[in-house]
Design a protein around this ligand. Sequence first.
Ligand code: SF4
Length: 504
Amino acid sequence: MDGAPIRPGGAVCPDAGGAGDREGPRDECGVFGLYAPGHEVSRLSYFALYALQHRGQESAGIAAADRGGHIITRRELGLVNQVFSENDLRTLAGELAIAHVRYSTTGSNAWENSQPVQRSQGTGGSLREIALGHNGNLINAVELHAELVEQGVTFSSTSDSEIAAALIAAHPADQLEDAIAEVLPKLKGAFSIVVMGRDRVVAFRDPQGLRPLSIGALDPVRPGEPVRYCVASESCAFDIIGAHHLREVEPGEIVTLDERGLTSRQVPTAARRAFCVFEYIYFARPDSRMNGQVLQVARAKMGEILWREKPVDADLVIAVPDSGNAAARGLARAAGIPQDDGFVKNRYVARTFIQPGQELRKHGLRLKFNPLPEVIAGKRLIVVDDSIVRGNTTRQIVTMLREAGAAEVHLRITAPPIKHPCHYGIDMSTREEMIAHGREVEQIAAELGCDSLYYLSLEGVYEAVGGGRETHCDACFSGDYPLIGTQDAGGKFALEQTLPLVRA
Ligand code: SF4
């Protein structure tokens, strides 16, 4: 992935690209929720967040409660292992919990915008107390915010997630899932949301299913106890806590996890499915399963198809680690060309890394990727990466490979050219900043300084992931936005432009 870093906080991010600037698209957020009396819910949430860390490294939070008790939330800026102590997990002991890791797609990286968001409405017997975690982006956030402010609702953050929380908390329906069913049609955009009340966890997904959300089952700790259920952005969160992946939450589905087990209802919708195809290409972890695909396998297939679509005479296949690894293996297998590590990657370059300064700036990328001349020198290389956004990192990679003695550099990318911004929860560069905007592939290759460049076709992507355009979003490649009214309404700071940040 061209971008530096692609995901903030590269200390634990396997795919982060550069050395501290903010070039590429960034992941959105990761959510988790479970109802599990008899289990250590805060500890399970902590480890689930650990597995989801690649989806957001700006902040982390867990909200927990005993059935019928008050909700306690701990949230803070930082990585999961920086935010929670053993003592925090003891304080968060309970029977149900939700959890969240965040990258700011709406609102700035401030503590106020960390999640879960907690809201209360009413008093005594009519008190509704909820905590909410959101992955996605509400494209009508500014309108909803204005409407609610007009009604006298106050906010303590500038994130769109608090808008959803305010609407749900204020709804008069007795049952939390009834309130959500009424509120869901008001929300426009991409959302996979977990909400906890005092006795249940409810999870729901936007009617187009833009962002992922899956259901898992936890085996009982002791014989005779019931199976408990959990939900997570990606199935890799289930693996780490010993849960089994059951299925995905359907677009427009509301699932309730409570003492009855797992119940579900479907909100009627005419919207077509539009799952983000970029999740398969890059965002999700390779060991996650989505729509029946293990992503490691789908990415290897992308590499095979890349070779079929554009073979080239070469001596060696290398990946831009780690996001290009699976596709490089697939391409090398299909081509019958040896594959090796052309770079050693430093995994400990964090977002807060001290900047290299003028003297070291030209070596900046070497903080992350150090090429191996002994492997590369004199070879005609096929270099596999998942995508190119602005091109700055890719240009530096090509330069480093040439300096290390590469005879030829042939770039192969497992995504089509990115030409359009995302309005559904992925923070990308502006259209003008994208290297593919207004340029032909040959011009891009010349700008990057490589001998040849080929992007996987959209048909090739769909062949690898086993789906079609009719059920996916590929707007950042094609410009075909599946939701109407998606003009960028002020970008991620739209609410801050509307209302200055109010400290809680
Ligand atoms: S525009 Fe691109 S990144 Fe955004 S949801 Fe669609 S496919 Fe995913």
